[in-house]
Design a protein around this ligand. Sequence first.
Ligand code: PRT
Ligand code: ZN
Length: 299
Amino acid sequence: MKTNENRIRIAIQKSGRLSDDSFALLEKCGIKTGRYKGRLFCHSENFPLDLLLVRDDDIPNLILDGVCDLGIVGTNVLNESLLSLGNSGFSCVYEVQKLNFGASRLSIAIPDNCEYYSVSDLNGKSIATTYPYLLREYLKRNGIEAKIVTLTGSVEIAPRLNIADAICDLVSTGVTLEANGLREVDVVFLSYAALVMTTSPLTPAKQTVYNSFKRRLDSVLQAGESKYIMLHAPKSALKAIVKLLPGVENPTIMNLEGNDRAVAVHAVCKESVFWETIDKLKAEGASAILVLPIEKMME
Ligand code: PRT
Ligand code: ZN
């Protein structure tokens, strides 16, 4: 596939758990993706970026081989691939940015009726997984000698089929483990979707495009975590109320026409605003509380 010197190329999952969020993220960055069913390659019409739609497992190698400059992939897949390549992998591809989706944990689970006190209980056991390299690292780190049974899927049924004593698989809600009579006992690796990139230098034209893309991405990610909050605060409780606002540095304080005892407070909260915070604000006398989403944020 010929690479255009002036366009960056990103690999994303064609269909699966990360696909919709990956496309949505690019769209939020103002990049029209031209996504059509069945297509493996899309050109953005309004940004110099091309998309390669592939299986998630292929993404690290596509970057390693220089076919793509960037990718969006789970850190489970990234690290498993790079560990399988030894040191050379880690020197060619790196994680640029944690994204706000695709979170899960790679965990050890055992049958419900088995006892487990500590990681040393895994000594001499067999563990089925699709992540042998991440599991091997974990066992090594903990000084455990266990047999790794590598499977390509349906890991959760391995104990029932007597293929292994335990499993090491991704967990998000825990429903799959429960449905298979398994219990999570330890976390091997915390995973999330990430923007990953080649360590090879980009051409100057591509670097300019990448810088622009990264600025947009940072702005979208920062805005996603932030909220704009507006409220009325009695002057007597102003200090206490501002202190309750999460991650606020310089709130705007304004007079209220016809009300000498209260002021309006406007602020950007850089952390999540939970119901508990709102309850506490109300308890301090805050009223007319509005919490608004922020679409984009440039600092
Ligand atoms: O076809 P392709 O190879 O591209 O896709 P895939 O089938 O290999 O991957 P896919 O789409 O299932 O997952 C893509 C990525 O999503 C993973 O590599 C993780 O980074 C991330 N992710 C987040 C998950 C989960 N959460 C997850 N829960 N991937 C898989 N699962 C599976 C898990 O393996 C288990 O079977 O969901 C089940 C457990 O879920 P709960 O909710 O029951 O605990
Ligand atoms: Zn896959």
